[in-house]
Write a protein that binds this ligand. Structure first.
Ligand code: T4K
Length: 401
């Protein structure tokens, strides 16, 4: 156990972890069951193109989301792009900048302009009051993002969309199994998109899904994700290939089998971090509304440099030296990155403020209570002695410069 700043690995102390601790380790579930499913696909010699495993995965995801239609895809980025095409979007799409680059990329890749809206600092999600101000004659849609699984201000966004005749989609990459006002994420807006990337609470190696109660939209998305083929196998319009494979669905189903176990473990970890940091000034674990269901896949802490004397980035270095790899989800924000620096329509002060202080810490089924205790010890030493850590690090940097 580390007792003080001298024990930090950044300053020559022993590393706290022999094996690196990561954010986003996959929730794999029962390996034997996965191989059974894979064997079954191989025995049947049916590997893709809407096979039985993908169909089962779609049914189960639709059930989790409480919607009629689910179209599984190769990843969520492709799913977002399919929505842009299927809904005939053009011009501008309003979205938050505090998101993974894929939300903006999906739109830009198809020649549309993302327009970034500031967030409500209390939730990290887009501030619906500011969305209205960004609507122009070129706007065709709003993309909300349920950041870290915390649902957007759905009702307010639905109103802005309706008032302006805009489509409303949600990037729900983080929000499988979450609820808002007791309603399940999946059924909001015109459609929502889940990600089943390896790092998500349910993974299909890589994967995504579009969920919607709009049967017409679902039909079009289903055709477009399979080269634009109709039921009869005739290409009716220019589509793409964004299908999920049977191997991916085998993983997705197996990971889904373990979904409740993963959530329970994530919740335990989240509560453990909250208890560890309860008394630590300037380090706040981002909270969730306990009346709602969440998957707790992301443990996000806000580091207040004014209070702790240490910046989030240096804390990341401190942790990395101990073999703990945290993540800056999501910093820099999209508009602070090269592809989008020229795309800023209005100031984004709350986005920049939050992006500068958020840090995702390791959680998931592979992270134990003891791991969390040791990660928390490191954070407590570094943030509890922030000014000293910062000045020692600056002196060292100057010496090596
Ligand atoms: N919208 C939002 C809001 C999103 O967050 C994402 C994706 C998307 C859309 C697009 O979804 P997809 O098209 O990917 O389905 C990762 C993921 O690649 C990305 O899917 C995810 N969001 C984003 C939040 O995280 P990176 O650049 O952080 O990945 P990487 O390789 O640095 O890995 C992150 C951590 O996960 C590391 O600590 C290591 C660990 N890891 C990673 C992989 C791939 C594992 O333990 N095992 C693994 O197999 O983007």
């Amino acid at each position: 156990m580390k007792r003080g700043v001298d024990d930090l690995a950044l300053f020559g102390g022993p590393e706290a972890f022999m094996q690196t601790l990561y954010v986003g380790r996959p929730n794999i579930g029962d390996r034997a069951r996965f191989f059974d499913r894979l064997d079954w696909a191989l025995d049947n010699q049916w590997l893709t193109n809407g096979g039985p495993l993908v169909r089962e995965f779609e049914e189960r995801v639709a059930e989790v989301a409480g919607v009629r239609n689910c179209i599984a895809t190769c990843n969520a980025t492709a799913a977002l792009q399919l929505l842009v095409r299927a809904a005939d979007l053009s011009g501008e799409v309003i979205m938050p900048s505090l998101t993974f680059a894929a939300t903006a990329h999906a739109v830009r890749w198809l020649g549309l302009d993302p327009v970034f809206c500031d967030i409500d600092p209390a939730t990290g999600c887009m501030d619906p009051k500011l969305v209205q101000e960004l609507v122009t004659p070129r706007t065709t849609a709003i993309f909300g993002v349920h950041l870290w699984g915390r649902p957007c201000a759905v009702d307010e966004l639905e109103k802005v969309a309706a008032d302006n005749g805009l489509k409303l989609f949600f990037d729900a990459a983080h929000a499988l199994g979450c609820t808002h006002d007791g309603r399940r994420v999946g059924g909001f807006g015109n459609a929502e998109v889940f990600s089943f990337h390896a790092t998500k609470v349910v993974n299909a190696f890589e994967g995504g899904a579009i969920v919607t109660d709009d049967d017409g939209l679902a039909r079009r998305v289903r055709a477009l994700h399979n080269f634009g083929f109709s039921h009869e196998g005739v290409p009716e319009e220019a589509g793409t290939n964004a299908k999920m494979s049977e191997a991916a669905a085998a993983m997705g189903l197996t990971s889904l089998d373990a979904f409740e176990t993963a959530i329970a473990r994530n919740l335990e970890n989240y509560e453990c971090y909250r208890a560890e940091f309860a008394e630590l000034a300037g380090v706040t674990v981002v909270g969730f509304d306990k009346r709602q269901r969440n998957n707790y896949q992301y443990v996000i802490v806000e580091i207040d440099e004014q209070v702790t004397g240490i910046h989030r980035d240096l804390l990341l270095e401190v942790l990395r030296a101990e073999n703990v790899v945290g993540q800056r989800y999501f910093s820099p924000a999209c508009h602070q990155r090269p592809p989008y620096r020229d795309a800023v329509r209005a100031p984004l002060p709350h986005t920049e403020w939050l992006a500068d202080r958020v840090l995702a810490l390791p959680t998931g089924t592979t992270v134990s209570r003891e791991d969390i205790r040791r990660v928390s010890d490191i954070v407590q030493i570094a943030a509890g002695n922030g000014a000293q850590v910062t000045s020692r690090w600056l002196q060292r940097e100057q010496r090596t410069a």
